[in-house]
Each structure stands twice: as structure tokens, then as C-alpha cells.
Design a protein around this ligand. Structure first.
Ligand code: ZN
Length: 258
């Protein structure tokens, strides 16, 4: 067992108590959960991806449509990191909490499907997914496993098996709306939960960042585990400004084994 400073330990125990007492806990996760799995946050500064290009410009629907080669050149290293990434201990601990019913829904801003790879079942992907691609011409949807290997290894731009047009990864690019069904589901979960657990999100990207506020407005408790402060820390019941991969397994351990 990792040992923590007394203050961290008591926050872990308090968070575990809240989880144990909740009837409908909902999880909201962001990029910070997957950085220990080697996936950079392409929307934030300080990553190698940002240094080379301007994500707002290149990771946009406009670039995909007008200069697909530029888009795919930018996208390839990110796709490679996601393709090769494995869930970290926090993903596994969260999946265990979900499968046991302690967490009812997993709302994520991540597109890497690491929650699913770790075994989580009810996952709502707010920013889309790397698991499928959709044809920009005939809207045929294809499994990423058919295309991702050749794209990552040889740079082969994925093309529709029906019509030959370029396939767009089903991740939400700048300039695109969130997938409506996922967004409605996430809002419903935020409004009905009695506890929201935020993990690895700095709550800077709207509209996902507003979900904890919706939960609080309905009287839910709030726990935040993130390595940087968020706008809503002052209203949270428990705040752990720490690395999720270290803290979450400790919280789960406490929930299951006291
Ligand atoms: Zn097509």
C-alpha cells in the first residue's frame, strides 16, 4: 500500500465514505486520467503536439475538410499514442467501482476508450471516440480496428470500404458540436446523481465543465481529484490536488475494504 501524508489520507477516507453512502454516483473524467497512460492532452498547452502545431487550427473540422493530409499528419502521433495505450491503475479501479454498482455512469471527455479497455460498461463519451470512423461522403461507420494499424504504422489515410472517400475519426474536432445523445445522457446523469466524482479534468472545456455545477445545484456532493485546481474546488466536499493514478486506487481500496 502506498502511504500518503495525513491530510491526503483523510481526504481519501472522506471521499470513500461519500462513495459508500451514495445511491447514484456519477464519474466525470478528463485528460489527466490518461496522461499516466502516455496520452497527451491535445487541447492543452505544454504538450509536444501543441509545440508543433496550433491544435485549434489543425484539429478542426475545417482542416479535415480542406486539407486532410495536414490533418492526418497532425493526428498520426496522437492516434499512435492512443492505439498503443493501456489503462492505468486509476482506470481499473474506476471500472471496478462501476461494475460493482458504486458508480452508475462514466462520463468522459477522453476519446481513448481506456475506460472500456479497463472493463467499464456504462461509458458516455462526450468528445467522441477513436473506436470508430465515419465516411465523410456516404456516412458509413467503420470500426477503427480495420484502419488504425495501417494508419499508425504506414501513415495510410483511412478510406471508406464502400465508396473510397476519406474517413473521419469519430472524435469531436474544434468547430464540431458534441454528440447530442451523449450530451443529453450526461446532463441527465448530472441532474439525477447524488455524488459527482471528477477525475483528471481541470474543467476548462465547456460544456462538460458545467456538469458539476448542474449536479451541485440539485444538491449532489462533489469530489475532485485533479493535479491542478478547478473553478469549482471551493464548492467541493473533498478536493485531492493529486495524480489520479495514485489516489483513485486508494479510494477504491477504501470503498471495498474499509
Ligand atoms: Zn463512404
Amino acid at each position: 500500500m502506498t502511504s500518503f501524508p495525513a491530510r491526503t489520507q483523510s481526504a481519501i477516507e472522506f471521499a470513500a465514505d461519500l462513495l459508500r453512502q451514495s445511491k447514484h454516483a456519477v464519474l466525470l473524467t478528463g485528460a489527466g486520467l490518461s496522461t499516466p497512460s502516455g496520452i497527451p492532452d491535445f487541447r492543452s498547452t505544454g504538450t509536444g503536439l501543441w509545440a508543433r502545431d496550433e491544435p485549434l487550427e489543425v484539429a478542426s473540422l475545417t482542416t479535415f475538410r480542406t486539407a486532410p493530409q495536414v490533418f492526418f499528419n497532425w493526428f498520426r502521433p496522437l492516434a499512435s499514442q492512443i492505439y498503443n495505450a493501456q489503462p492505468n491503475p486509476a482506470h481499473f479501479a474506476l471500472a471496478r467501482l462501476e461494475r460493482s454498482g458504486r458508480i452508475k455512469a462514466v462520463v468522459t471527455q477522453n476519446v481513448d476508450a481506456l475506460h472500456q479497455k479497463a472493463g467499464a460498461q456504462n461509458v458516455i463519451e462526450l468528445h467522441g471516440t477513436m473506436q470508430t470512423l465515419t465516411c465523410s461522403q456516404c456516412y458509413h461507420r467503420e470500426d477503427a480496428s480495420l484502419h488504425l494499424g495501417a494508419f499508425v504504422e504506414e501513415g495510410k489515410i483511412p478510406r471508406c470500404t464502400r465508396c473510397g472517400q476519406v474517413l473521419k475519426p469519430d472524435v469531436i474536432l474544434f468547430g464540431e458540436q458534441l454528440p447530442q445523445a451523449a450530451w443529453f445522457k450526461a446532463q441527465r446523469e448530472a441532474r439525477r446523481c447524488d455524488l459527482m466524482l471528477v477525475v483528471g479534468s481541470s474543467l476548462e472545456v465547456l460544456p462538460a465543465a458545467g456538469l458539476p455545477m448542474q449536479a451541485l445545484d440539485r444538491g449532489a456532493h462533489l469530489i475532485i481529484v485533479n493535479n491542478a485546481p478547478t473553478y469549482i474546488n471551493v464548492r467541493a466536499d473533498a478536493v485531492l490536488t493529486e495524480d489520479a493514478a495514485a489516489i483513485i486506487p486508494a479510494i477504491a481500496e477504501k470503498v471495498f475494504n474499509g
